[in-house]
Design a protein around this ligand. Structure first.
Ligand code: 5GP
Length: 177
């Protein structure tokens, strides 16, 4: 497939402003609770880096990352998941925010949230920079969403196509040519 960078969907400035708002919301919701952020690699690393710097909490904040690939088909919620990189810190008894770059079918989130609640996380919420309309597998509303976007393939701000474009400062549509 031949592709080309298309129009800017969300500008750098819009992203920056929205992350500050999300940071404020999280700071209000958790004011005195210690919190653990779990970033889903690789796409979430830029969003997570900005998000944690936009929060101000009195209690400690922990950060860790995991990477999974899911082998579920689009009609099944029970597909298996392979953990490619696991957490190095325990989630047991902790309030956790899972950080995703984009939630599409919700299957990744479905698996990761099952894994983390199975490991004894005290509470689980989700922060996603982007949400597509097809998020049906997770079955719960996302707690902190940057932007709802149409069903288009997007790149930039951490999101890739064939490992490229993660460094773009804004979110762009990738066009087929
Ligand atoms: P889900 O399991 O929710 O269907 O898919 C989530 C994952 O699929 C994201 O973490 C991301 O890696 C990938 N993904 C889904 N939609 C897009 C998109 O529009 N652009 C990019 N770059 N990745 C996407």
């Amino acid at each position: 497939m031949k592709t080309a960078l298309g129009a800017i969907l969300i500008t750098e400035q819009e992203i920056r402003r929205r992350i500050v708002e999300l940071g404020r919301q999280i700071s209000n919701d958790y004011s005195k609770t210690s919190l653990m952020f779990v970033g889903i690699l690789r796409g979430s690393f830029i969003f997570l880096a900005d998000l944690i710097r936009a929060i101000s909490l009195e209690a400690p904040v922990e950060v860790d990352f995991m990477s999974v690939s899911s082998y579920g088909d689009s009609t099944a919620t029970s597909g298996t998941v392979h953990i490619e990189k696991d957490l190095g810190i325990s989630v047991d008894g902790k309030d956790v925010i899972i950080v995703e770059d984009i939630v599409d079918t919700g299957l990744t989130l479905f698996h990761v949230s099952n894994i983390l609640s199975g490991r004894g996380a005290r509470s689980l919420r989700v922060a996603a920079l982007l949400e597509k309309p097809g998020n049906s597998k997770y079955k719960r509303p996302l707690d902190y969403v940057g932007f709802k976007i149409p069903n288009k393939f997007v790149v930039g701000f951490g999101l890739d196509y064939a490992q490229q474009y993660r460094n773009l400062p804004d979110i762009r549509v990738l066009d087929e040519i």
